[in-house]
Design a protein around this ligand. Structure first.
Ligand code: ZN
Length: 118
C-alpha cells in the first residue's frame, strides 16, 4: 500500500478517579466522561477493501474500557492520571491490535494526552 493509512476509532466511557500526592481539587473524588481515540496502522487491505473491521475495534473497546468504575481501585493504580492511564490503555489495546500506533485519551473536551512508542 502506498502512503500511510490509520484507522481511527473513538470510544467514550464514564469513570471516577482521585489524584494522590497532589494539591488541588482533583485530589478529591470526581468523574470524567473520558474519550479514547485509538489509531491503528493499516498495512494491507483484504480483497473486500477492509483492513480491520471498525466493529471489532469498537466492541473490544466497549468491553475493555473501565466504564462506571473507580479507577484507583479497579485498575489498582495509585496514580491514575491521564498520563498513566493512556500508557496502560495503549499496552492493553496493542496486545489485541498489534497495528496500534497511537492512543489519545481526552479527560475533558480541551485536555488530553497522547501516547505512542515513537
Ligand atoms: Zn480528573
Amino acid at each position: 500500500m502506498k502512503g500511510k493509512m490509520l484507522l481511527r476509532v473513538n470510544e467514550k466511557f464514564d469513570s471516577a478517579h482521585q489524584l494522590n500526592d497532589y494539591i488541588g481539587k482533583c485530589s478529591r473524588l470526581h468523574g470524567h466522561t473520558w474519550r479514547l481515540e485509538a489509531y491503528i496502522q493499516v498495512d494491507k487491505l483484504q480483497k473486500n477493501g477492509i483492513s480491520i473491521d471498525f466493529h471489532d475495534v469498537k466492541s473490544f473497546l466497549r468491553e475493555f474500557l473501565p466504564d462506571h468504575r473507580f479507577l484507583n481501585d479497579y485498575l489498582d493504580m495509585k496514580y491514575p492520571t491521564a498520563e498513566n492511564l493512556v500508557t496502560y490503555f495503549y499496552k492493553e489495546i496493542k496486545n489485541r491490535f498489534p497495528g496500534l500506533s497511537k492512543v489519545v485519551l481526552w479527560e475533558t473536551e480541551a485536555n488530553g494526552v497522547e501516547y505512542s512508542e515513537v
